[in-house]
Design a protein around this ligand. Sequence first.
Ligand code: PMP
Length: 437
Amino acid sequence: QTHFLSLSLQAKMSKPVQAQRLEGTDKNIWVEFVKLAATYSKVNLGQGFPDFPPPDFLKESLVRALSGENHMLHQYTRAFGHPPLVKILAQFFGKLLGRDLDPMTNVMVTVGAYQALFCCFQALVDEGDEVIIIEPFFDCYEPMVKMAGGTPVFVPLRPKAPKDGKLMSSADWQLDPAELASKFSERTKAIVLNSPNNPLGKVFSREELELIADLCVKHDVQCISDEVYEWLVYDGKEHIRIASLRGMWDRTIIIGSAGKTFSATGWKVGWTVGPNRLLQHLRTVHQNSVYHCATIAQEAVAQGFQRELELYGTPDSYFVQLPKELQQKRDWLVQSLDAVGMKPIIPEGTYFLVADISKFKSDVPDVPDSDEPYDSRFAKWMVKNKGLAAIPLSAFYSVAHKNNYSHFIRFCFAKEDATLKAANDILQKWKQEKTSP
Ligand code: PMP
């Protein structure tokens, strides 16, 4: 009797459970490294989030929304974006792009930039379509393309050694124009551009953006432009929006994040800005998945943007103050890493910095023929043995290219000065241990 029962149970469980489109997308670097950091780190410069608070005006907006008279802020709002937020985003980005934007059709609010990306791939990519991804890249682009049935096609930024023994800059990592052009074909549906780029901090120049734009226009390719770090540019560099280049507005979806913009990553408010011909399909994905995002957080972000619109370009603007503060933190970390021989690549933007770990190889010897890239083992060793968390650069490369870039790790410097100092203390002590007999 029991035997019979278990047989029939087994028979009932013989169908595959996992949808085929999930094949090969089950591993996630953040799940692994966030857990390691939580278990072992004393100082966490790994995942990209500030450990300082968001600006007071933003927190006050949330408190007002929460306890004000308008109790409807606790209920559902418009599916594609709370009206005050889409209106101010249309105004703000309309000003930046020099065009009239319709809040209802040119803007859509999402659950962070992450869901904006998901909507883009689901809305645009069909089985067999190719999507060009520039390496190194924010890791979720690859599985999201695959889940939509598409094929990611990778093109790397190629580093050029700097002259005169100077420190490398993220600007030294460049696309080879011929190589990029060779990736475009009839099958190419979209390209993902991320400027300023996570993890390198590269801010693409006008020439580089024009190169990409010309190829998009020539091959009728859409551009998914992940601009979540748009305000975080340093040394007087300019963030250029590819949508503002000739022929690009109609084929570009701009993605932004209040998490990065206002140092509130936990709020998970993001948005897309673009032409209705593209956004109408994002709305279809959105209404059939998330439907709408937290009203109260949207209300507070709307008020944050209202303030920023009024203060635009002035010294009181948070979008002016934040990069100023972060540039100092960047410079400090650059100096600290350089002093211990962990050569930093100076980022032109974002709050990330990639450093060369070659000089530390004696502490964590290479394992020949290991499947795991060296930098990944190094980062795990470092958090377990030194209490310092960082992310291996190979996590931002496709499987085929991981081992070509496996002697770098990425640090996040959106941290309190005390956190950066604690990281410096760990590195200094480590260096002393290395040099003393
Ligand atoms: N794009 C890039 C390049 C990112 O670095 C991140 C966050 N690390 C996101 C998108 C996701 O942003 P959000 O937290 O708003 O979902």
